[in-house]
Ligand binder design. Structure first.
Ligand SMILES: [Zn+2]
Length: 206
């Protein structure tokens, strides 16, 4: 079984779980929250659960995917190889495949493998949770200095060279009712050394 996905962030949420044999469900380990955990007390093993957010289409909706420690380590190795090649793993659409993974002590586990594809990313960086946020599942407070709807229409030009006039004309083309003065101020805001820099559409509050 194969599916396509793009990561919303590289650091997953880490949680400790137990397998409850009575209910046949995964349940939270309460120990880590400073509470009495009856399954820990019974000697049940803790399970490491890593929750990643992924996009599976262009509709900008994060889906959550829980993986085990072996798969998590496997993902992180792939990410770090990509970072070494100056590729942001979050800008990449991967093919996810179910696979047997050998963990650090040689045990074979069920997991997932990732293969980088050349497919265009589903969701551009500007629309993803901020990597600077301590909790990447919450989006840092920001305001759109240039309206999100307009950014949506020009995001495919991100990183391309523009002069002020051409960018102004592009903005007017995408939003004909925009006032010239406003369009010009947006163009000035979005240009960085002659290149369209979409990230500048967001202003973060501190
Ligand atoms: Zn526990």
């Amino acid at each position: 079984m194969t599916t396509l996905g793009q990561f919303a962030f590289v650091n997953p949420l880490h949680r400790l779980k137990h397998w409850n044999p009575q209910t046949r469900k995964r349940v939270d380990c309460w120990h880590n929250r400073g509470k009495e955990c009856f399954l820990c007390n019974k000697g049940a093993a803790q399970i490491h659960d890593y929750t990643y957010g992924i996009y599976i289409s262009k509709d900008n909706e994060v889906k959550y995917m829980s993986v085990n420690l072996s798969t998590h380590s496997h993902f992180q190795r792939i990410f770090s190889a990509l970072f070494d090649d100056n590729i942001n793993p979050c800008d990449t659409v991967f093919e996810f495949t179910k696979k047997q993974i050998t963990n650090f002590d040689g045990k074979i586990m069920n997991g997932y493998d990732l293969v980088k594809t050349d497919q265009e990313m589903f969701v551009a960086e500007i629309f993803r949770p901020s990597p600077l946020s301590p909790n990447q599942n919450k989006i840092r407070k920001f305001r759109w200095a240039v309206p999100e709807e307009l950014i949506n229409k020009i995001v495919k030009h991100d990183g391309k060279p523009f002069n002020l006039i051409d960018l102004f004309l592009l903005l007017k083309d995408k939003a004909p009712r925009l006032q010239d003065k406003t369009a010009k101020s947006y163009a000035v805001k979005l240009l960085e050394n002659g290149v369209l820099d979409i990230r500048k559409a967001k202003e973060y509050r501190h």
